[in-house]
Design a protein around this ligand. Structure first.
Ligand code: FAD
Length: 441
C-alpha cells in the first residue's frame, strides 16, 4: 500500500498547480486523474475554444474592413480549423504527464474513491495519505427533458469533425454565446434557445443587449422565453419543442450550466459535505473534514469558476495545508465572453448593482469614434463605469474587439488604486489600447 504526504484528486489547472506546489515543499505527492491529464481548460474548455476562436477573429477582422480595402469575408474551413485546434490539444495529456513525472510526482489513472479519511482507492489499488486535495472540477449539466440523451455538450462541440448546417444551443450563458459565435462564423445557421429573456445574467444587461443585437446582425437567431420540453430524433434531424415552439435542427447542444464532479468520490465515507453547487469549504478551503481540502471549480463558492481562479486557489491551498493562518482573500476577478466583440466586466456583481440601484450611478462612453476603435472599424465599442456613493469605481463593463485587453489594464489600475495622476506618469506605447487608459481614470 503506497503512502503519501498529500494526494491530489484531479489534474486540472487547480490540482496540477497544487501538486507542483506540494512537491516544492518537499512532500511526497500523488495525483489521480480519471480522464484526460490537464483537465477541462486545456483539453475541452478555454484553450481549444480560443484556438477555434482564432479563426473567427481573423475572419471578422477582415469582415469589418469590407469596403475599406477588402471585398469578401473569408470562409472558414472547419476541418482545417479543427486540425489547428488539435495542434495544441493533442499533446496536452502527454505533456501534463511528462511534467509531473519529471519532478517525481506519482500518477494514477482512474476514478478516485474514498474508503475513509486517510485511504482512497483507484482501480484496485489502495493509497493512504495524511492530507487530500479534491480538485475534481465540473462537467456539463444535462437538461432533464424528454430526449436528454440526444443532447450534445460543449466537449462534443470542441471536437466536431464536421460542422452541421444548422446548430441549436439550449441555454444562453457564456459558453453557449462563445460556441454560437464560432459555429456561425464557420457557416452554420445558429439558434440559441433560452428559458427567460435575460441571457448572460452575470453581465451588464445594456451591453448584453448590444451584444445580442450584434450577434443577430451576424445571423444568430435567439429564441427567448422558451422552456424547452423535449428533443426528438427525426432521422437525420432533431425536433426541439416547447410551449408554442418548434424547431428542426441538425444538432442540439445543451449549455445549461455545469455540475460538480462529486459522484464516485464516496465523500460520505470521508465526512466531506457537499451540495449541488459543489464541496463546502471554509475560508481556508478546508472541507468539513480537517485533513481534506478542496479548490477550483469543485468548490461551492460565489467566485466565478474560471481557470485563473482555480490557479489562485491552488497557490493558496498549498500554503493553507502547510498551516497558513490567514483566510483566503480573492482579488478582483475579470470575466469575459469571448467573440469577435468581447464582453468583459469586473467589480461589484450585477446582482448587487440591481439589488441596490440607489447606491450606484453609471456613465457609458461610446468608444467607436476614438482612434483606437475607429482604426479597426469597431462600431459597437462601449465602456460603462459604475460608481459608488463616494464616486469610486465599483464596476466596469466593456464591449469591444479589445475588451479583454482593456479590462486587464483597468484591473491593474484598480487593484493598485491608481489615480489619474499616477497613470499619467507612464508613457504607454502609442497607438495602443493602453494609451487610452488616462481617459478612463
Ligand atoms: P477541471 O479542469 O475540470 O479538472 C478536474 C479534473 O478532475 C478533470 O480532469 C477530471 O477528469 C478529474 N476528475 C473528476 N473526478 C475525478 C475522480 N473521482 N477521480 C479522479 N479524477 C477526477 N475558464 C477561463 O478562465 N476562461 C475561459 O475562457 C474558459 N472557457 C471555458 C470554456 C468551456 C467550454 C468550459 C467547459 C470551461 C471554460 N472555462 C474557462 C472554465 C475552466 O475550464 C475551469 O474553470 C477550469 O478548468 C477549472 O479547473 P479545475 O482544475 O478546478 O477543474
Amino acid at each position: 500500500m503506497e503512502k503519501y504526504d498529500v494526494i491530489v484528486i484531479g489534474s486540472g489547472p487547480a490540482g496540477n498547480a497544487a501538486a507542483y506546489g506540494f512537491k516544492d515543499q518537499g512532500k511526497n505527492v500523488a495525483v489521480i486523474e480519471s480522464d484526460l491529464w490537464g483537465g477541462t481548460c486545456p483539453n475541452r474548455g478555454c484553450d481549444p475554444k480560443k484556438m477555434l476562436m482564432s479563426g473567427v477573429e481573423a475572419q471578422k477582422r477582415i469582415e469589418t474592413m469590407i469596403g475599406n480595402g477588402f471585398e469578401q469575408t473569408p470562409r472558414i474551413i472547419w476541418e482545417d480549423l479543427m486540425t489547428f485546434k488539435r495542434s495544441y490539444t493533442d499533446s496536452v495529456p502527454q505533456n501534463t504527464k511528462e511534467g509531473l513525472d519529471s519532478v517525481g510526482i506519482d500518477r494514477y489513472q482512474g476514478q478516485a474513491s474514498f474508503i475513509d479519511v486517510n485511504q482512497i482507492i483507484v482501480n484496485d489499488e489502495v493509497l493512504t495519505s495524511n492530507q487530500f486535495l479534491i480538485a475534481t472540477g465540473q462537467r456539463p449539466a444535462v437538461l432533464p427533458i424528454e430526449g436528454q440523451d440526444l443532447l450534445q455538450s460543449s466537449t462534443d462541440f470542441l471536437s466536431l469533425e464536421h460542422l452541421p448546417k444548422k446548430i441549436t444551443f439550449i441555454g444562453a450563458g457564456y459558453i453557449a454565446f462563445e460556441l454560437a459565435v464560432i459555429a456561425s462564423a464557420a457557416g452554420s445557421e445558429v439558434h440559441i434557445i433560452h428559458h427567460n429573456d435575460r441571457p448572460l445574467k452575470e453581465f451588464d444587461q445594456d451591453l448584453v443587449a448590444d451584444l445580442v443585437e450584434h450577434m443577430k446582425e451576424d445571423g444568430i437567431q435567439f429564441h427567448f422565453n422558451v422552456d424547452t420540453k423535449a428533443v426528438e430524433l427525426m432521422h437525420p434531424q432533431y425536433r426541439i419543442t416547447g410551449e408554442n415552439f418548434e424547431l428542426i435542427t441538425d444538432m442540439v447542444f445543451g449549455a445549461t450550466g455545469r455540475i460538480p464532479n462529486v459522484e464516485g468520490l464516496n465523500l460520505e465515507k470521508a465526512g466531506v459535505a457537499y451540495d449541488k453547487r459543489g464541496i463546502k469549504v471554509d475560508d481556508h478551503l478546508r472541507t468539513t473534514q480537517h485533513n481534506i481540502f478542496a479548490c477550483g471549480d469543485i468548490v461551492a463558492k460565489s467566485q466565478p469558476k474560471l481557470t485563473p481562479v482555480a490557479g489562485f486557489e491552488a497557490g493558496y491551498v498549498v500554503k493553507a495545508m502547510a498551516g497558513k493562518e490567514e483566510a483566503i482573500e480573492y482579488p478582483l476577478i475579470p470575466t469575459i465572453v469571448f467573440g469577435d466583440q468581447r464582453l468583459a466586466r469586473l467589480g461589484v456583481s450585477e446582482k448587487e448593482l440591481s439589488t441596490h440601484p440607489e447606491k450606484y450611478h453609471s456613465q457609458t462612453m461610446d468608444l467607436s469614434s476614438w482612434y483606437t476603435y475607429h482604426r479597426i472599424n469597431d462600431k459597437g465599442a462601449k465602456i460603462k463605469f459604475v460608481y459608488d456613493e463616494e464616486d469610486k469605481i465599483a464596476a466596469i463593463s466593456c464591449l469591444s474587439q479589445l475588451a479583454d485587453e482593456v479590462i486587464n489594464y483597468l484591473l491593474i489600475a484598480l487593484t493598485k488604486k491608481m489615480t489619474h495622476e499616477e497613470i499619467e506618469k507612464f508613457i504607454f506605447a502609442y497607438p495602443s489600447p493602453a494609451s487610452d487608459l488616462s481617459y478612463f481614470i
